[in-house]
Design a protein around this ligand. Structure first.
Ligand code: SF4
Length: 478
């Protein structure tokens, strides 16, 4: 898709808005409409008194929209450019866009910044509705999440940190996976070396972590329970050896096909007090399509086993918008989850990336994806079930590159909010990330300035270059 900007250079604003209507496109900037070769072209023009947006298809103008600008303030100018594009696209593609022109990943952050600038809730509501075209329902959601986060962040201890530990192995790769994950089959001989490298990083990280209170430890992946019992015990005993006991200790058990009673006992033994067991869907056919090697029954069995072993804080991850799922499938999923009564449910909306394995599979087998309009209905079902389950939304982030730009929402029962999720989302705490693909965030508690230190993603590079990773951290954390 081509685009032309005249009278301004606000490329990010134009592209973020365009991606909401035309996700997964490759955008190419041209100087003039006469240079455009693609069958679709966006033109955004900023004039003295307003902003104009035009959409061309096959060299024919199919839509245009003009927004007057009454204020030369840069924020207003950017907003007007986005508004003109929004209405221009909407004339041709009448998609429900409940987040309006709000394109950021964290809507609650916008509320926090307006609170900081002295806005009242009523003023914020009006701004979101009238200036950013956000629907009432999404405004409510954004406020619910902002208040939940505020409650937690107000108790923020400036001398606390979180620790993330990555175990990037999975039994098989799910079709939609976009995480750092390596197949167990291929990498089983390297797990030992990986854990030894990780241990070296623990030894260095201990010096840093000892200066702080450790609020949370989060072991994610991949699927940490892909490790066998012995490896899991090795990992957790070393976490215990090198780091003080955190307030919250989460292990993403993730896939039911990796969990055994013994592993659940080991997690308990090392004081893991929050686990996640993720069915994604409670429909057999869907699990087959997305390449999960477990059944609905396997998930139920493992969930009950976790309860028997004393796990009292269990999260379940679900995905809305999986291939071929309809309203009744979403209902069935939530009905089954309701019966199990977890402490929290994280509801994701699926984005199909242009060059993903999922996209290829869908095309090969002619599998249909739910439409964006259906997604709104699915989200409503999830909201209603959350209320039924006595849960409320406590954290949220939005998907980029997806029609409609939907949201992922964490619901939980009161008192079961995941501190790590909130802190990483709102970027209010230093998170020390260990393991392949780890991205350490160093937050200055006074200025909120963030610095990052990255570990390499590849398991082989991580093992071979562990000393370099430690040096990078030493430098970054100085
Ligand atoms: S379980 Fe998660 S990390 Fe592992 S392959 Fe599936 S989506 Fe990726």
């Amino acid at each position: 898709m081509d685009y032309v900007l005249k009278g301004h250079n606000f490329e990010d604003e134009v592209l973020s808005l365009a991606q909401m209507f035309f996700p997964n496109n490759v955008y190419s900037r041209k100087d003039d409409i006469s240079d455009c070769l693609e069958n679709m072209t966006i033109v955004s023009v900023l004039e003295e008194r307003g902003s104009q947006a035009c959409l061309y298809i096959d060299n024919k103008k199919v839509s245009e929209f003009y927004t007057e600008i009454n204020d030369k303030d840069i924020k207003t100018v950017k907003r007007c450019i986005k508004t003109s594009l929004f209405y221009c696209f909407k004339k041709v593609y009448d998609l429900k866009m409940p987040w309006g022109i709000l394109t950021g990943i964290r809507p609650s952050k916008r509320i926090f910044s307006m609170w900081k600038n002295g806005f009242s809730d009523l003023e914020i509501e009006r701004t979101l509705r009238e200036d950013y075209l956000v629907s009432d329902e999404k405004i409510k959601l954004a406020f619910d999440v902002a208040y939940a986060e505020k409650n937690i962040l107000e108790k923020n201890d400036a001398n606390s940190i979180g620790i993330y530990i990555g175990i990037p192995f999975c039994p098989t790769r799910c079709l939609y996976c976009s995480f750092t994950s390596y197949s167990l089959e291929q990498y089983k001989n390297k797990i030992d070396l990986y854990l030894k490298a990780l241990l070296k990083e623990f030894q260095y990280a201990q010096n840093f972590a000892d200066k702080f209170n450790i609020e949370s430890i989060y072991i994610g992946g991949g699927t940490p329970t892909s490790l066998n019992e012995e490896e899991l015990e090795f990992l957790l005993s070393n976490v215990k050896k090198y780091f003080k006991r955190p307030i919250e200790f989460t292990v993403e058990a993730g896939r039911p096909d990796t969990i055994t009673r013994e592993k659940l006992r080991i997690l308990k033994k090392y004081n893991v007090d929050r686990i996640s067991i993720n069915p994604q869907s409670m429909n057999r056919k869907t699990l087959e399509i997305i390449g999960r090697k477990h059944t609905v029954e396997d998930f139920i069995e493992v969930f009950k086993m976790a309860r028997e072993e004393g796990h009292r804080n269990i999260n379940t991850d679900l995905i809305l918008g999986l291939p071929e799922e309809k309203r009744e499938d979403i209902f069935r999923t939530f009905e089954e989850i309701y019966k199990l009564n977890p402490e929290s449910v994280t509801v994701h909306t699926l984005a199909v990336k242009r060059a993903s394995r999922l996209k290829e599979t869908l095309e090969t087998y002619k599998i249909k994806m739910p439409l964006a309009e259906q997604m709104e209905e699915f989200l409503e079902i999830s909201r209603n079930f959350a209320v039924e389950m006595n849960m409320y939304p406590y954290y949220m982030y939005r998907q980029k590159n997806m029609v409609g730009n939907f949201e992922n929402v964490g619901y939980c029962k009161k008192g079961k909010e995941c501190l790590y999720n909130i802190k990483i989302m709102e970027e209010k705490q230093t998170i020390l990330a260990l393991g392949a693909g780890g991205s350490t965030k160093i937050v200055d508690p006074v200025t909120d300035k963030i610095d990052r230190v990255f570990n390499v993603k590849s398991v082989d590079d991580y093992i071979n270059r562990i000393d370099e990773m430690i040096e990078r951290k030493k430098e970054g954390l100085r």
